[in-house]
Design a protein around this ligand. Structure first.
Ligand SMILES: [Zn+2]
Length: 65
């Protein structure tokens, strides 16, 4: 039986890092779902990352009518 040995190693291989999330600054790895912006920025497809990115990139202001 050759079942185990090889296949187990393949499964635990490190996923390839594609880039960095502009929201949580974590690694974006192959196979993950992301949101990509026209200027090349990437964030994880995740509410936390999206919110972090918005608050980080946008300007905070109070609007008056
Ligand atoms: Zn993220």
């Amino acid at each position: 039986m050759i079942e185990n040995g090889m296949t187990v190693n393949v499964k635990f291989e490190e996923p390839r890092v594609i880039g960095e999330c502009a929201g949580c600054y974590g690694e974006i790895v192959e196979g993950e779902t992301i949101v990509e912006f026209p200027d090349g920025l990437m964030i994880h497809y995740d509410r936390y990352c999206a919110m972090a990115f918005c608050l980080e990139s946008g300007e905070r202001k109070t609007v008056w009518k």
